[in-house]
Design a binder for this molecule. Structure first.
Ligand code: PGA
Length: 257
């Protein structure tokens, strides 16, 4: 089964809405139609940029999907400071990152919370980008696979095979995020293959073959080709390098490098 790669730029808490417009316009100038034909591309800016991004993408008919970095699991209610999946759906948000390691570690998100978010996002026909990955201590203690398998089962509780097939799962070793240290292509592929086989074991049929598994953690122009050449890596979740129009354009053009 051929899976279309997804390159997604997670801007984290960077870029106001004016900077966002500038960045996406400059990025788009660097790409040609055949680049957009070869990969799915998404930008995942802060909430305050989403409306401006939606307007720009619509007006210029850009083949770029919009994502959000987080959401609440309820549709509405007394949850000061939160944003709901239906609000995001109204802005044509197509992806929501669920369980990024910064949310797990800095904002105490548990597997149970991540699971609620995954289910809520799917209920509104938005694709979750479910993030999993081990810390350096866990890797050094030989626990990387157990940790990731545990995160997967926790996040997928109550989620059906038909829904999982549409999901994106990002394997992001915590020690590689924002550090300039990348997993080797072989190690990254081994973990992404393990993510896929965990999904395949949990669900019947071809579910594991359909799910897209991204690698994330210091993906840059200099390492993207070697990573994307791996058979079980179906794209990248890019942090730091997605804040540069030049770098993100090179990363998105990896099939032509
Ligand atoms: P990085 O971030 O590319 O800056 O390592 C990746 C991520 O956090 O998704």
């Amino acid at each position: 089964m051929s899976r279309r790669p997804l390159i997604a730029g997670n801007w984290k808490m960077h870029k106001d809405h004016l900077e966002a417009i500038d960045l996406v316009q400059r990025f788009n100038y660097r790409l040609e139609a055949e680049d957009y034909d070869a990969v799915d591309i998404a930008v995942i800016p802060p909430f305050t940029d989403l409306r401006s991004m939606q307007t720009l993408i619509d007006a210029d008919r850009l083949p770029i999907a919009l994502g959000a970095q987080n959401c609440h699991w309820e549709d509405s209610g007394a949850f000061t400071g939160e944003v709901s999946p239906p609000m995001l759906a109204r802005l044509n948000v197509r992806y929501v990152i669920c369980g990024h390691s910064e949310r797990r570690h800095l904002f105490a998100e548990t597997d149970e919370i991540v699971n609620r978010k995954v289910q809520a996002v799917l209920r509104h026909a938005i694709t979750p980008i479910l993030c999993v990955g081990e810390t350096l201590e866990q890797r050094e203690a030989g626990q990387a696979k157990d940790v990731v398998v545990g995160q997967l089962h926790g996040a997928l509780e109550g989620v059906g095979a038909e829904q999982v097939r549409t999901m994106v799962i990002a394997y992001e070793p915590v020690w590689a995020i924002g550090t300039g240290r990348t997993a080797t292509p072989d190690d990254a592929n081994e973990m992404c293959a393990m993510v896929r086989s965990t999904v395949a074991d949990r669900y019947a049929g071809s579910t594991g073959e359909g799910v897209r598994v991204q690698y994330g953690g210091s993906v840059m122009p200099g390492n993207v080709v070697a990573l994307m050449r791996q058979p079980d890596i179906d794209g990248a979740l890019v942090g730091g390098a997605s804040l540069s129009a030049d770098d993100f354009a090179v990363i998105c053009r990896f099939p032509r490098l």
